[in-house]
Structures are given as structure tokens and as C-alpha cells.
Design a protein around this ligand. Sequence first.
Ligand SMILES: [Zn+2]
Length: 513
Amino acid sequence: MRKIDIFDTTLRDGEQSAGINLNTQEKLEIARQLEKYGVSIIEAGFPASSPGDFQAVKQIADTVKNSIVTGLARAIKSDIETSWDALKGGVQPHLHTFIATSPIHMQYKLNKTPEQVIEIAVESVKLARKYFPLVQWSAEDATRSDKDFLVRIMNEVIKAGATTINIPDTVGYATPIEYGALFKYLGENVTGIEKVKLSAHCHDDLGLATANTLAAIENGARQVEGTINGIGERAGNVALEEIAVALHIRNDYYQAESGIVLKETKRTSQLVSKLTGVVIQPNKAVVGKNAFAHESGIHQDGMLKNPETYEIITPELIGDVVTELVLGKHSGRHAFFDRAAQMGFQLSEEKLNAAFVAFKKLADRKKEITDEDLFALLTDQQVNSAEVEVYELEELVIHYENNVPTSTITVKAPSGESVVETCAGSGAVESIFNTLEKLVQGEVRILDYRVSSISKGRDALGEAVINLAYNGVTSSGRNASQDVLKASARAYINAINRQLMTAHYKEQVLVNQ
Ligand SMILES: [Zn+2]
């Protein structure tokens, strides 16, 4: 059985997509879950892009032990050296460096001749190997590059010491047969190819990312790169959970295994969705809410007689098991801590105690506390770090006069003092947003706003997710509360706070690899 290494780039290529901005604590939490999920390599970020990214990559490299941790670096000396400082604490330090190889990128973006590009690639790999035992080199926009130029540059970077070569379909242009054929061609024509690991990296612009990735596997790829839930720029990256499940279910065909712990799939998917604020479409393969629902009568009849009539994947396989009514008002500290541990949370005593207080408060108002509620509550505690509380909601009062809603909001400002503002709006939510905009003293545009219920029933927790532009910079915020208006106000403040904290290292360098 061939082993296919899963290279997760949720925290780099995924985090790069519009409106996602995770703080260090949240990135660390995702990395820990990816380690549990069994991914071979975690691309934790782009250390040279900002001090914030550097810190996050460093913390992840120092913490994660069972997955290799890597970071992205341009073919620039300072990028590679900064990455070494971030990654050297890892069990097996790994660097991912790249340069574009397509005519359009070389000419217009790099303004370099093909010969110069080969030289830069070789120099960067040589330099990287001085520090890193493992160096992956990527040919950006490989699928729009000349095949024979790819062979030439690969011959050279292998000689320079690259240990993995990645052939990304950066713009999501390839078709499965073409992409597979490219892997076959490179496998047959590159000198020393047997010494390196070939890797696939697909984007979903034409909806072909999963098909392309599987075609690469059939044609010699030993590593696949992608993200959880397929998040990423534009139409996103390939969804890794789809590849892992496809290799498992069609083991007879692919004869390959990923090493992924499939029963951690649902949890991993939910965590990424919650922390990034990117919702999963209901009909998404493997992890969508409806992926296992059978509505048609004919299907239901067949399912009752033998589930295999219509079900090729079981919810149990991906860890989608619902335990209704786990805890309630009378559940004690012990039962709560036990359940948290069973759900895989490892919180410090201080955070567990804070979570228990939040649980008790919720149990006073809500009869049944489900796993979904606990997941929301515990994740909030886990990623809660003092550093992001810049504005804090103190009080929210809404009243209607002549059918016009007016909000009066008190917040604790970054200066520490309480500030009050009042504003009307054509609806209650608008009046809240108008008031908050005055309070945060900047121009705020709402790009997206959603409220959804976390569990069932009229007393369910409502989760508000907001995507906004604050003085022209986008970010998202979220909050779960029983009162959706309060959740909305807190989500708004959360989005603003994230920006204030990252403002001093917001010098993001854009990379489209
Ligand atoms: Zn990419």
C-alpha cells in the first residue's frame, strides 16, 4: 500500500483568503487539531510576512510534535533566514520555498529570464539546505509552464538539494487528464526524481481540485496539499477531508493510504469553520450538514432495509456522532470536566473553571446543553486570550419609539474608560451597528453578516458571524450567545478588536502561490 503524505496549508493558503484573520491562539488550536487528525505536514504560515505570522509559526513549530511543521519563504535570503528562526524548534525543520515558472509570471511578475529564474531557484534551495534538513521547492503556476522548462529547473533544484518538489495548479486551470499526464511526464523525464517526493497542490477555480489531486496520486504524487473544508483564495484549495475519504472508500482503486485519523474529520472541519467564520455549504462532500441526509422516500426505504443501498460513507467513519442531551442544570463540575476531556479538549485549570462558570450560566437559561453548545463554549474558552479584548461590551439597551429602534451601548474602550453612545436605525441590528460605528471611531462597512443557531430548539445558542471593513481593512468576528442581538454586537466588536491587535504588524506581503 502506497503512503500519501497529507500536507495541510489551512493556516497559510487557507488563511490568506479574504476576511479570514486568525490570532495566534486560534492558529495554535487548529494546528493541534491537525496533528490529532494525522496530517504529515502543517504549513503554519509565512514567517517573513509579518511579526504576527512569525510568532504563530514559531509557537506551532515549538508545540507540534507528531506532524512536520513548515513555513513559506520567497526565494529571498532574508525570507529563508527569518523562516529558520521561526521553524528551528520543530522536530524536523522543513522549509517551503518557491518561484514562478510560467512565461506570464516570469515576464510580468518577476521580470526575469528563464535562465535567471533557474539560477535564483538553485541559490534559494542551496541556502535553505544550509539550515533545513527538509526543503520543498514549488514551481508556482506550474500548470501554465513549459513542460521542458519544468524538467530543466527540476533537474537543477534536485541537484541543489530539494527533498520535495511541488507542482501547483496555482490558478486552478488544469484538467484531471492533463494534470495526471504532467506528473507522469516529470516522473519519466526528470533526473534524480526518485530521490524526491512529488507533490500536488490544486485550486478549485473550475471545480476540479479533488479530481486533479486524485489524478496526480494515480500518476506518482506522494504528497498532496490542501486545506480543511477547501478554504482558500478565490474558489479555494482542494478539501483534504475529501481526498482522505476518497482514498479510504476507494482503497480498492487507489491502493494508497493517507494516515489520516478519519474519525477526527468532523471535529477538525467544525473547528476550522468556527474559527475562520467560513461556513460549510450544506451539500459539501463528506462534511456538509446534508452529506448523510436521505430525504427521498425510495432512499429511506432502501436505507431501512440495508444502509449500504444508498450510503457509501457512514457518519461514524468521520466522527459525526450526535449525543443528545449530554448535560443540564444539575450536572456538576466533574461531569462537565469529563465531557470536555471526552470531546478532546485539553484546557488549563483556569480555563476549565471559566468554561464551567459559562456552562452554569447557560444551563440556568437552557434546559439541555448539547455537544454543539459545549463545543462552542469550550472552543471560545480555549482560544480566548487576553490580548484580543480591546473594546468590551458592557451594556446594550434597545428601545422602540414610534416604531424606530434605538440602541444605547456602553463599551469599555481601549483606554479603559466606559463610553456611551446612542443611535437609531431602520432595524434593531442596524441601530446596534450604527452605535458601534460611532464608538469605534472609524469608518465601518458591513460586508457580510449571518446569524445561525448552534443547536436545536427555541432556547438554542445563536451564533453571529460578521465580516466587515474597518477603515478599509477587512476582518471577521464572531460570538455565540442566547441573545442574537448581543451576539451580533459582540461579533462586531470582536472583528474590530482583531484588527486593533494586529494593526502594528499588518504589513502583509501578498503571495499567490
Ligand atoms: Zn495555493
